[in-house]
Design a protein around this ligand. Structure first.
Ligand code: GTP
Ligand code: K
Ligand code: MG
Length: 544
């Protein structure tokens, strides 16, 4: 731990949520509204007259107060509404002794809380850090000299009035300030996730952004961090909103046809346009669903298994990649019996690496069970690291392994089950120096020496490529679905589009589109009546 001096000169251990993320308001206002529940007569039907009879626009357009607000707001989308009026407070940085601890409040009494604890008592200018003496409002006892920040709502992380106290991170300071806050009328300790829940309820974060924030806090590798940050930045949200907008457009076309199919004023090809929009969307959704597991793998870690004949150096490789002595290494064949798992960060990707028993036949019951477990793990793995002893390629166990595992899995290319395989020829130090490739006839492979480290860089680079293919590369790829929930709704949307195509009448087709759109908006926790209005006015020729 770095020395604890003045905490604000150079934050030694910053809050896990830097200021900009913890408190600053998002520049973009995400207050968009939800979509009509499926089955209800859509707002579109009521609004369609607006499209075609511009002269009656003023009289037909429902006044704002009459818009059905309930199910249309984010708050109505399943998020628990914050208990009104309460102001909550909590330690927002990690527990334990540290340079600086960040305590924050959210709710209407935040300003009062700031004034009660600080001297001078006036509120600091909005979003400007100010140094203040903190003291207990009951006893007047000084607690700390701290930086305080005032974020008046709605331009705050939660959308409510918020305050932050950046105090020295000693346990006594932190508990003193928390107790002092608890004594301020109207304040209570926050529940787990309550700040974020309030941000969602006030439309500051979409559901996918909430998920991105959670993933960012839990990210352990670089690629996980990138993916989470992109989701927090709203990329998945924008993607889903774009798709939902396409469906709203298609729905507007179909509903217009239902209401005005006989009307001369309707543009030609309205239904064809809806069909082509749906077809394009199907292609886009299909592409994302094919990659659906990648984002989830990146969140939870890809499963890689090290397999090979006995004594190939599997355990040596596991120890080398994990940089710790996970497995016992010995010259005795059959050393590893059980499956040994270790989480590792490989080239920025999270991987659960499994060491396994050497594959061979004609062994005792214990080793046999080890082989059975190894084979089971092999079937479940996303990535197979097949290890052979480069100086022992002609042995029966090597040949058998090549024939039964490496060749069927198709080294260097993904097989039907999406498993990927890297063939590693270990113990290259035992080959004659500068000699030819010992095995030009083998599938694509890498030479490695666990003993000298030769070939490790090449192996890590190959692993990076394989893992980027398995987990998606968050530096370059389009945003990925990161949870089973996203995959479920995307599949639901695609199924509904299938019903649209098969629908025997237009009312059913419109209903299928509403169901499809409902799935998309549930991904982000919103959807839109106002969107529908916008799109109608933008996309239709009025009163042609
Ligand atoms: N020369 C040389 N020896 C190695 C290398 N890698 C591993 N070994 C040796 O090979 C022997 C077997 O290594 P392990 O890592 O135990 O092999 P394993 O595949 O896990 O063996 P089992 O668990 O018994 O199947 C040990 O004596 C290691 O020191 C290498 O790159 N070069
Ligand atoms: K061994
Ligand atoms: Mg071993």
């Amino acid at each position: 731990m770095l020395p604890v001096e003045h905490p604000f000169a150079a934050p030694q251990r910053a809050s896990p949520l830097p200021l900009s993320l913890a408190s600053a308001s998002r520049s973009e206002d995400l207050q968009w509204v939800g979509e009509p529940t499926s089955g209800s007569t859509s707002a579109l039907r009521d609004l369609n007259p607006v499209i075609f009879r511009p002269q009656t626009l003023q009289s037909v357009h429902p006044p704002a107060a009459e818009l059905p607000l309930g199910p249309y707001t984010r708050q109505g989308s399943g998020a628990p509404a914050p208990s009104s009026g309460a102001t909550v407070f909590a330690l927002s940085s990690g527990q334990g002794r540290c340079g600086i601890a960040v305590i924050r409040t959210s709710g209407p009494a935040s300003g009062q809380a700031l004034r009660s604890l600080t001297a001078p008592r006036d509120l600091p200018p909005a979003r400007k850090a100010c140094l203040r003496l903190l003291s207990d409002p009951r006893s007047g006892e000084p607690l700390d000299r701290a930086l305080v920040l005032w974020f008046p709502g709605p331009q705050s992380f939660t959308g409510e009035d918020c305050a932050e106290f950046h105090v020295h991170g000693g346990p006594a300071v932190v508990s003193g300030v928390l107790q002092a806050l608890g004594s301020v009328p109207g304040l209570r300790p926050a529940e787990a996730g309550e700040f974020t829940r309030r941000a969602f309820a006030h439309g500051k974060l979409s559901l996918t952004e909430v998920e991105g924030l959670a993933d960012l806090i839990h990210a352990e590798t670089e690629a996980q961090r990138r993916q989470a940050l992109r989701q927090l930045d709203g990329e998945l949200n924008h993607l889903c909103r774009g798709w939902a907008e396409t469906l709203t457009k298609a729905l507007a076309h179909v509903e217009a046809y239902i209401d005005f199919g006989e009307d001369d004023n309707l543009e030609e090809g309205v239904l064809d346009q809806a069909d082509s929009e749906v077809r394009e969307l199907e292609v886009a959704l299909g592409a994302h669903l094919r990659d659906a597991r990648r984002g989830q793998r990146l969140r939870s870690g890809a499963h890689a298994v090290v397999v090979g004949p006995p004594n190939a150096g599997k355990s040596s490789l596991v120890n080398l990649l994990s940089r710790k002595p996970v497995s016992i290494v010995s010259p005795e064949p059959g050393t590893t019996r059980d499956v040994l798992e270790t989480p590792v960060d490989l080239a920025g990707f999270p991987v659960l690496l499994s060491d396994t028993a050497g594959l061979r036949e004609g062994v005792g019951p214990v080793e046999q069970e080890g082989v059975r477990r190894a084979q089971k793990r092999l079937e479940q793995a996303d990535l197979i690291l097949a290890v052979l002893d480069a100086s022992d390629l002609a042995s029966p166990s090597s040949c058998n392994f090549l024939d039964t595992v490496v060749i069927p899995a198709g080294a260097g290319s993904p097989n039907g089950s999406n498993q990927r395989l890297l063939l590693v020829l270990n113990k290259s130090d035992l080959l004659p120096a500068g000699g030819p490739d010992p095995s030009p006839d083998l599938p694509p492979h890498l030479l490695l020496s666990c003993l000298t480290g030769d070939g490790l860089d090449g192996l890590l680079e190959a692993l990076r490529k394989e893992l980027a293919a398995l987990c998606g590369d968050p530096s370059t790829d389009p945003p990925l679905l990161t949870r089973a929930r996203h995959q479920h709704h995307l599949q639901g949307c695609l199924d509904a589009l299938g019903h649209y195509k098969q629908a025997k009448d237009l009312a059913l087709a419109a209903e299928a589109l509403r169901v499809a759109r409902g799935h998309l908006t549930r991904i982000t926790g919103g959807g839109g009546a106002e969107e529908i209005l916008d799109i109608i006015f933008r996309d239709f020729c009025v009163g042609k």
